[in-house]
Design a binder for this molecule. Structure first.
Ligand SMILES: [Zn+2]
Length: 699
């Protein structure tokens, strides 16, 4: 036999043995046999270096030559994923995605391995290079070290040109074994990251890293499979190691099962309503895995839909990462400032040494109130942990280390920082009692102009501050008589801006009554509250004023979603002289104080969906209330479950419709789930600049 032929034969056998052992977990030869063949190949290669190729199994042992990691551009998009911190967020993301795709989709759920993100490039079936994610466009070439990972195939079963994304990681048990020798590594991920960037690849080879791959990008797009499950199956057949822990979610368990079997993959199959409990289960059981995961990834299975959804600047729109832990950061408290909200509520805010957290830089975090500060025993100069849950403002979670300056627990001064009034305690919070307090007035005006209220977007809090300080606007109604041209003498204000302010003011006169009502700053009457009042029969301001004149509490409470306390608060606020005069001035200015037919300010996020309702509910009682919520958002409601029904809202009881829905694979939504869908849906309407003033109706 020719020597070259023998080299090819040995290479082939050894690569197969490596794959069998490291990728498939099923050894095909004994260690002794493997060593014998390996030694023979090494010997020939050292005598005849011309026969040694970069994809030879002997190259796995690495070299002692130290290398650097040149930057190389990626040829595929390597973006990070948008994040969710609750299963409700994931469910709502799925709904939105299906809505924008306007079809029922299937989703693949994968474990999010806590490792090092890697892109492997192959040309005609041969390993060419491995790049780190880097900034998403350019990564570092770490091929020499990645080549030492035995689960990374050096030759594929077909001569395809492909880029593959995967996660390099170190199994927990290997970290346990190696951590003593690597005291600088805090965890398995740390050690894996360090290993990927070792200067000498022979050192990298000594750490048993492995890899799971999860995305493939074929250079020849005609070879691209039609769904994600087929990508995984193809990658597996090419010789890659894929994570068998996957789950498929679609309109029915049966359909999910079919998708898996069509791709020839093992995995779990569920209908959509199984997602919540699936994520719970994974969260509870992840400690038993052989590797660390820090979340779950949900991906649209259909690739044509992925293409249509595309990417934002930072994330693909077709996938979301569900993180087990809220993002957290450690930083120092530089000081505490006191904020006065539009209702006079006092909020202490920690001024922080800036720190990156959950994709943004955080400089401030809320401390809620004095009670919260006392519980934390927080003092200026302390080192604290800061968390961000979902979309909310960051909060200080814990004091990690006390300051060395001897500062004691912070106490909110007893006077309003804006007007000097003595603060009063109401419930857990302190309030400035003076409605004319400059900060409160500015807050009310900014709330009124904010995008989600009167949508006078160009007149933001900074502009309001300026207008107030110049004495031009001292009250919401002043916006309608204000001579904005006075701003032209001020630095930073030009003709164009002034024109945009005037236009915003004019436009705001067209906003419907329900929006005007929500913007007045009445207690408990935000976007949702105003809607409830209008739908409940208060279709113009005079009816409201009359009810408050007559102290007609029942006119409010009979609406159903308004309790005694809320009714009393609204009545008192409407009886207030200042509020009366504000309303009459705004009326004079030409704002809408009467609702016109079929007002519907909600986005039609449920359009195209067909809902049936069964059983009894706690919050939606009578259940026509649920039907109204659905219809307002564009859903069609039907009385029986048929093949056209997309969702069944199921309360307690309700046997036959539920059974019918199950057999048809209709998505079954519980009351809690429904409420969180509505909340998510409303979330985008509620991003006011200040957290207070959101409704506190009973759901
Ligand atoms: Zn004040």
């Amino acid at each position: 036999m020719e020597l070259k032929e023998r080299v090819d034969q040995l290479t082939d056998e050894l690569l197969k043995a490596q794959k069998a052992y490291y990728v498939d977990g099923r050894p095909v030869m004994s260690d002794t046999e493997y060593d014998r063949l390996f030694d023979e190949l090494s010997r020939i290669e050292s005598q005849h270096p011309e026969y040694r190729s970069a994809t030879s199994p002997t190259q796995r042992v690495g070299s002692d030559l130290s290398g650097d990691f040149p930057e190389v551009a990626h040829t595929i998009p390597v973006l990070s994923l948008d994040k969710a911190y609750s299963s409700e967020e994931v469910i709502s993301w799925m709904d939105k995605t299906m809505k924008s795709a306007s079809s029922s989709l299937s989703f693949v759920e994968e474990e999010k391995i806590d490792g090092i993100s890697m892109v492997l490039y192959y040309q005609d079936g041969e390993f060419v290079r491995a790049l780190t994610r880097g900034n998403g466009y350019v990564g570092n070439d770490v091929s020499a070290n990645i080549r030492t990972i035995k689960a990374v195939p050096l030759r594929l079963s077909e001569p395809v040109s492909i880029a593959v994304r995967g996660e390099v990681y170190l199994p927990k048990k290997d970290f346990e074994r190696l951590k003593e020798a690597n005291p600088e590594a805090a965890n398995a991920r740390n050690l894996a990251a360090g290993t990927v960037r070792r200067q000498k690849s022979s050192e990298a080879a000594a750490v048993p890293l492995t890899i799971f791959v999860y995305e493939g990008f074929w250079e020849d797009e005609s070879q691209r499979p039609e769904d994600h499950l087929s990508i995984l199956a193809r990658l597996k057949n090419l010789g890659f190691r894929i994570n068998p822990h996957i789950a498929v979610f679609s309109s029915s368990q049966e359909k999910s099962r079919e998708l898996l079997s069509k791709a020839g993959l093992e995995g779990k199959a569920y209908a959509f309503d199984g997602l919540g409990s699936y994520l719970e289960e994974v969260t509870a059981e992840r400690k038993d895995l052989e590797y660390e995961i820090d979340g779950m990834v949900t991906k649209v299975n259909e690739l044509d839909v992925r293409q249509a959804l595309g990417y934002t600047e930072h994330h693909p729109r077709w996938a979301i990462a569900y993180k087990f832990e809220s993002p957290q950061a450690t930083t120092k408290v530089l000081g505490v400032t006191i904020q006065v909200g539009r209702t006079g509520r006092i909020t202490p805010v920690a001024e922080l040494e800036s720190v990156p957290l959950g994709g943004s830089v955080v400089r401030r975090a809320t401390l809620h109130n004095q009670e919260y500060i006392n519980e934390l025993e927080l003092a200026v100069g302390d080192t604290v942990s800061v968390v961000k849950r979902g979309d909310v403002i960051p909060a200080v979670e814990e004091v990690l280390e006390k300051n060395e300056e001897g500062n004691t627990t912070f106490i909110i001064p007893p006077f309003c920082p804006s007007c000097g009034a003595r603060l009063v305690q109401r419930g857990a919070h302190l309030f400035c009692p003076d409605r004319n307090c400059p900060q409160q007035v500015k807050g009310r005006i900014s709330y009124f102009t904010s995008r989600d209220q009167m949508d006078m977007d160009s007149i933001g809090p900074k502009v309001v501050e300026k207008l107030y300080d110049m004495g031009l606007v001292r009250d919401i109604s002043d916006l309608y008589t204000c001579d904005f041209s006075r701003l032209l003498d001020e630095k930073g204000y030009g003709e164009k801006m002034v024109r945009s302010f005037r236009e915003a003011v004019e436009e705001s006169k067209k906003r419907p009554f329900v929006t005007v009502l929500a913007s007045l700053g009445l207690p408990e009457v935000g976007t949702k509250g105003a809607e409830i009042l209008v739908k409940g029969g208060f279709t113009d301001i005079d009816r409201l004023l009359k009810a408050s004149d007559e102290n007609d509490i029942e006119a409010f409470t009979r609406i159903g979603q308004i309790g005694l306390q809320t009714a009393t608060l609204i009545i008192a606020a409407l009886q207030d002289e200042d509020m009366r005069s504000l309303i009459s001035r705004l009326r004079e200015a030409g704002l809408q104080f009467e609702s016109h037919e079929e007002e519907n300010s909600l986005e039609q996020t449920f359009s195209g969906q067909v809902w049936a309702v069964t059983g009894s509910f706690e919050h939606f009682n009578p259940r026509t209330l649920a039907l109204k919520e659905l219809e307002k958002r564009g859903a069609r409601t039907v009385s029986s479950v048929t093949g056209k029904t997309t969702h069944l809202l199921a309360g307690k009881g309700g046997g036959s419709k539920r059974a019918q829905a199950e057999s048809l694979g209709v998505r079954i939504v519980s009351e809690d789930e429904f409420i969180s869908m509505l909340r998510q849906d409303d979330g985008k309407n509620d991003k006011v600049s200040q957290p207070e003033g959101q409704l506190s109706f009973d759901f």
